[in-house]
Design a protein around this ligand. Structure first.
Ligand SMILES: [Zn+2]
Length: 203
């Protein structure tokens, strides 16, 4: 089975508890410490097997890591891991998931080969918002419920007036292009950083 490592917590004796997102489910598995075991890390895509044992957490076995060419690029890897942590928080209470969530990670991971990580993730995040019916394209401020031209964005990219949330605004047309085409090319790097900071507040 294939999946992404969304979370790793330490158990006793350097053993690990590993949360993995697959096409259909999220698994929480036990990984025994072993010197000859390959290292695993947050955000890795792996192939693995599950060994079930009555009364215990199932075990994570026979791991193969699918390496991405960008994994050695520090900035890309760290940005990816930041997003993976948010993804985990977003999905952690679920057991069954739609295949959308793993496919979205596949898509973003592939884009990271060539693209700036912040741009790739922001574009992916807009897909997530749209998929979950949370992409607000209507020109209304969620605070005062009146029309807003160039909106500032709150958590989950909720539109608002700059005065209503005390944040700078974004161009309506650039947002509209991003929302329609899942393409952030018209934002400059400063705007991308502002969008990224909003994304970091939580998915
Ligand atoms: Zn307002």
């Amino acid at each position: 089975m294939q999946g992404y490592i969304l979370n790793i917590t330490k158990a006793k004796n350097e053993d690990l508890i590993v949360t993995i997102l697959t096409q259909k489910r999220i698994y929480t598995l036990y990984r025994f410490f072993g010197a000859r075991h390959s290292t695993i890390n947050l955000g890795y895509k792996i192939d693995f097997e599950i060994e079930y044992q009555l009364g215990y957490l199932p075990k994570l076995r026979n791991i193969t890591h699918f390496g991405y060419s960008w994994l050695k690029e520090m900035q890309k890897n760290l940005t990816w891991q930041q997003f993976i942590k948010l993804y985990y928080n977003h999905l952690k209470d679920l057991e069954e998931v739609e295949s959308f969530y793993m496919e979205l990670l596949d898509k973003i991971a592939k884009k990271l080969t060539k693209q700036n990580p912040y741009r790739a993730i922001i574009e992916g995040y807009v897909e997530l918002l749209e998929h979950e019916g949370r992409l607000h394209t209507e020109p209304y401020c969620f605070v005062c419920e009146t029309h807003v031209e160039d909106p500032a964005l709150a958590r989950a990219f909720l539109p608002a007036h700059t005065v209503c949330i005390g944040q700078e605004s974004f161009s309506k047309s650039k947002l509209s292009y991003l929302y329609s085409y899942k393409d952030a090319q018209f934002f400059d790097d400063e705007e991308i950083q502002r969008l990224w900071q909003i994304l970091l507040q939580g998915l």
